[in-house]
Design a protein around this ligand. Structure first.
Ligand code: PA5
Length: 375
């Protein structure tokens, strides 16, 4: 069970109203998902993963934002074993990155998982074209189609239409779940299953958290709200496990895109200790006092535990509010709980400052400018 070491003043009536609002929201489908996961979908995900493991040395996972960060976070953190290596593409427009990834595949057997809820996003679309071309050159159009797995909307979008037309295996991003809340759907589960993550255990952890994480998540959301009111406008997520760099990235996306609206929202940032004690550590100890620190505290050995304790004391004495979130285990179950805990806390936090946790109107601004430049 996730535990926190602080007690905020939770307005129980307001909190209950917010949770009910999220439950009823047309984008609140992730809230009950771990408890009523579609068993048929789970079986199909596992079968597709087995097929990919049998026939491919590489799976190219193409996607950006919520269609990318969640599964990468868990795969990188847990370093599971698998016959098939994962390569990520379509999360930038860098030609160098794309060529590097195409070169890495070389003559190896590979499959593609293209993940895009809208099916219209530019970065993955461009990478998909490049890898699809390679796939067709290597295997011919028929086998190429058999090696493409598309995770997208159930009914609409360019990717959906292409998948139907070419008979790609299809997985659905549910209508009522947005990108950054979708890691426990096929968006995250298929790549994770291919990479060797035990997705049953991950869902088990999340299902437990549906009840057990509510109290700590509300506590955390109200503590963030209180700190924001005291002008602590930056949150530093801190982990002492180097393999959780991408979990930090997922957190930054989750909170940044959910809260950063109407000139409101706490700026999320992250550090990995003890590495960053020798860089940003100086700023944390002695710099501007506008930030608070949220330690994600995984079970660890004695020495690392002493560093966690030392940092907590030093930063508290340096004037930084330090929140501690302790995770019961560094495995699928622990991460399942943690994902659910943060999703709930994030949605409640956004509601507390009066912004919609589930849209991202600001992301459209650069797309509009890019379209203009591209004519
Ligand atoms: O959280 C979100 O909704 C976004 O980060 C999206 O996931 C991201 O923009 C990618 O969108 P799509 O899956 O439609 O390609």
């Amino acid at each position: 069970m996730i535990k926190v070491n602080f007690r905020a003043e939770v307005n129980a009536v307001q909190a209950q109203r917010i949770v009910t609002e999220i439950k009823k929201d047309k984008m609140g489908g992730w809230l009950g998902l771990p408890r009523r996961y579609d068993v048929g979908e789970l079986v199909r995900i596992k079968e597709a993963a087995k097929k990919i493991n049998n026939e491919s040395e590489y799976l190219v996972c193409i996607g950006i934002g919520g269609s990318y960060l969640g599964h990468r976070a868990i795969i990188e953190a847990l370093r599971p074993k698998s016959e098939t290596k994962i390569i990520y593409a379509g999360n930038s427009l860098s030609r160098r990155e794309l060529e590097w990834a195409l070169g890495k595949i070389g003559d190896h057997d590979f499959s593609i998982n293209i993940i895009s809820k809208s099916g219209e996003t530019l970065e993955p679309a461009i990478a998909f074209e490049a890898f699809k071309k390679k796939l067709i050159e290597k295997y011919g159009p028929e086998e190429a189609s058999d090696r493409i797995h598309a995770t997208t909307d159930a009914k609409k979008g360019t990717l959906h239409d292409e998948a139907v037309q070419n008979g790609y295996s299809r997985f659905v991003v549910p209508d009522n779940i947005g990108g950054r809340y979708s890691v426990l759907t096929a968006v995250g589960l298929l790549p994770m299953a291919v990479a060797g993550v035990n997705i049953d255990k991950l869902l088990e952890g999340a299902a437990e958290a549906v009840e057990s994480a509510v109290e700590p998540a509300l506590n955390y959301a109200y503590m963030r709200y209180a700190l924001d009111a005291k002008r602590y406008d930056t949150e530093m997520f801190a982990s002492f496990e180097p393999s959780t760099v991408y979990f930090n990235e997922w957190l930054k996306q989750l909170f940044g895109e959910s809260e950063g609206k109407n000139k409101r929202g706490i700026l999320p940032d992250s550090v990995i200790y003890s590495t960053d004690l020798h860089s940003l550590g100086q700023y944390l100890q002695d710099g501007r006092r506008n930030l608070f620190e949220t330690i994600i505290d995984f079970p660890t050995d004695d020495l690392n535990a002493k560093i966690v304790a030392a940092v907590r004391i030093a930063h508290t004495e340096g004037g930084i509010p330090v929140l501690n979130i302790s995770v019961p285990s560094f495995d699928e179950k622990g991460f399942g709980e943690l994902i659910y805990f943060f999703e709930l806390a994030c949605a409640v936090s956004a509601k507390l400052i009066g912004v919609n946790p589930f849209d991202q109107p600001g992301v459209e601004a650069y797309k509009l400018e890019l379209r203009k430049l591209l004519g």
